[in-house]
Design a protein around this ligand. Structure first.
Ligand SMILES: Cc1cc2nc3c(=O)[nH]c(=O)nc-3n(C[C@H](O)[C@H](O)[C@H](O)COP(=O)(O)OP(=O)(O)OC[C@H]3O[C@@H](n4cnc5c(N)ncnc54)[C@H](O)[C@@H]3O)c2cc1C
Length: 398
């Protein structure tokens, strides 16, 4: 069987890798290469954690991905995975997201523990816990070196005989039932099956299928300088990854000082539209100001420390924050992977293996990922911030 995978972000690359391993003839296409700086999988780092509220499918897919990341990291010249743990700061009243996670985390043999404020203060003296209600710690969690990971998956895919082609793939969605509707350099891509995994470009390539059910949001990432005399207090020797479940502010999250860049902070909010082709990737002053206000309160010793590096990226969101894995209605040899919604990196390898089983072993697509669900119900359990509502008219969460 021959399968063409379009898009070598972490999702497409993982699918290509797993398909190639079971003897499929795989061609992997990408406009600018794996983990390129415009792609969702670009940039230095991503958090991997098991807590997912009651959505156990994500806990399981993440758990299925750990071994892959650990092996990939060992096999690479440079470290790709830092298992530094994950600290959940619950400053909102509702901690049900974490509480519901517990049984699913334990079902895969891992744990999440509540810490007293006193113990947490002692262990993490750089954090201001004044307005935090509850604190939880996940041990099996940490940071993945994102773009490096993605490039290394493709490196392994190539070492094992996979073929990578660089350039733009064009899709004529209106004629998708015809053989000549997916092309590269003016020639049809001949394959038995096609996997479309173009992240934020998916909805441009497949507007009929995805235009009404996905949207792209701007995400800004900042690295802050840390005090010269205490780098080790801010790196993974002393600090885990962290996320502040907060209903007044966006939920901020961060990764300890890494790759000599700085102390990373970003926010989980989907309120500013973004175009992956035309939007400038320069931070917006109001968002920088808001972040500094939050950071200087939560990490008071960083007060007045400057931003050392920034990055502007995008989420490819589905309207309920759950993934979309679906055959295209015009052609059931075309499977579309979409709606990674800002949480798709960590479980890329698990998802790639699932797609391999769907395509090769006739495994059913999990109902959670069926696009049909979006016809009826846009309520989400994905968002940490329970206040976020979906505005149907504006097609945005607000
Ligand atoms: C700021 C930020 C923070 C995040 N934090 C986390 C986190 O902590 N944990 C986590 O798990 N996830 C996180 N995510 C989400 C995660 O990074 C994404 O869900 C994931 O990387 C998406 O991967 P993808 O393969 O679907 O898409 P992408 O990585 O965007 O890949 C799509 C690829 O398709 C290619 N392409 C597009 N159009 C074409 C075409 N016409 N022809 C050929 N190639 C094409 C592109 O070049 C690109 O390489 C974060 C995302 C962002 C932006």
């Amino acid at each position: 069987m021959k399968i063409a995978v379009i898009g070598s972000g972490v999702w497409g690359a993982s699918c290509a890798y797993h398909l190639n391993r079971v003897g499929v003839d795989v061609e992997l296409y990408d406009m600018w290469g794996p983990g390129n700086s415009r792609s969702g999988s670009g940039g230095a780092s991503r958090i991997i954690r098991l807590a997912y509220g009651d959505d156990k499918i994500y806990t399981q897919l993440t758990n299925n991905s750990f071994r892959f990341w650990e092996d990939l990291s060992k096999d690479s010249e440079r470290k790709l995975y830092d298992e530094c743990g994950m600290l959940w700061l619950v400053s909102q009243d509702d901690s049900s997201y974490i509480k519901k996670s517990k049984k699913h985390i334990e079902s895969v043999g891992q744990s999440i523990e509540q810490l007293s404020k006193k113990d947490a203060q002692k262990k993490y003296p750089i954090i201001n816990f004044d307005d935090i209600n509850e604190i939880y710690y996940e041990k099996k969690a940490g940071a993945l070196m994102a773009s490096r990971c993605c490039k290394n998956i493709v490196r392994k895919f190539k070492e094992e005989g996979g073929k990578v082609l660089l350039g733009e793939v064009k899709i004529d969605e209106k004629n998708l039932e015809n053989k000549n509707s997916i092309s590269f350099n003016g020639k049809n891509i001949e394959a038995d099956k096609y996997v479309i995994a173009c992240g934020p470009w998916n909805r441009k390539l497949l507007p009929k299928m995805l235009g009404e059910v996905t949207f792209i949001s701007r995400q800004e990432v900042y690295y802050f300088g840390v005090p010269n005399d205490s780098v080790t207090k801010y790196n993974s020797d002393s600090m885990p990854c962290w996320l502040d479940l907060n209903s007044d502010n966006p939920s901020y999250y961060g990764i300890p000082f890494h790759l000599n860049k700085g102390f990373k902070i970003s926010y989980d909010e989907r309120s500013t539209p973004f175009d992956p082709d035309t939007s400038d990737r320069i931070p917006i002053p109001e968002l920088v100001k808001r972040t500094k206000k939050y950071l200087y309160n939560r990490f008071p010793h960083l007060k007045n420390h400057p931003i050392s590096e920034t990055r502007v990226c995008q989420y490819e969101n589905s309207f309920d924050g759950n993934f979309i894995i679906n055959y295209h209605e015009e052609n059931d040899n075309v499977i579309v992977l979409s709606g990674s919604s800002g949480h798709g990196f960590k479980l890329g390898p698990g998802l790639g293996e699932l797609v391999k089983d769907i395509l090769i072993n006739d495994k059913d697509i999990p109902k959670e990922f069926d696009i049909g669900r979006l016809d009826n119900d846009n309520s989400s359990s994905q968002y940490y911030n329970a206040q976020i509502k979906y505005n149907k008219k504006k097609r945005l969460f607000n």
